[in-house]
Ligand binder design. Sequence first.
Ligand code: GLP
Length: 257
Amino acid sequence: MEVVPLPDPDTVARVAADAVERLVTGRPDAVLGVATGSSPLGLYRELARRRAAGTGPDYGGVTAFLLDEYVGLAADHPQAYRATIAREVAGPLGIPLVHGPDPELLPDAGSAYETLLADAGGVDLQVLGIGGDGHLAFNEPGSSLVSRTRIKTLTARTRADNARFFGSPDDVPRHVLTQGLGTILEARHLLLVALGAGKAAAVAAAVEGPLSASCPASVLQLHPHATVLVDPAAASGLTRLDYYNEVWAGKPDWQRI
Ligand code: GLP
């Protein structure tokens, strides 16, 4: 795992955008895994800014796959993740094809989504955020480290965290469909973005704690190409920070994340 401590959220967005652009430039038909939440918004806006400025690659051949989706919202509900990604990512970048787990297909929605992912050849680069309790996508603490796409029940904490997008915690759906941790591990590059002090404990547990279902994001420790981009507040719980800084500062230009 590569942990990259960066000076501020704007630099995190730029470094993440460089990685996405390098992928799409080299592979115009790339499969991009996209995450919702606040953490990747800077990345998406940076990519859109570059594309509008005419410096970014063409996304016309890219396919996007969502990590997760609420159960019980219409696909065009403004807080449905398919609508969110269409608004924040696919529209501004011009990505023509976006897939997400489809609650209409329950009880077979999980296996249907796994088939779609496999038929697309898997995800080249998966953008990830992390929940304050260490959840990854909607894999709450206790999720199997080898889980596949399935229905899950949100914890009270996640519903409270996500209440800012709804009227109140009571308006946040209780059930979701989410890629499993085993599904996420099959993406060829995992790029996790963590910002702010509220993520410090979760980042420390994921990166330096034991591999444990109690911290679902610790599953990144099993991946051969996982990159964790952190701002100073999110990095503040890490004990090996000096080492991560030394590695990043000494990285040769040809060796990208
Ligand atoms: C939700 C999403 C996750 C995201 C998490 C953190 O639970 N399903 O994919 O990582 O929120 O969100 P934020 O980046 O807004 O803190």
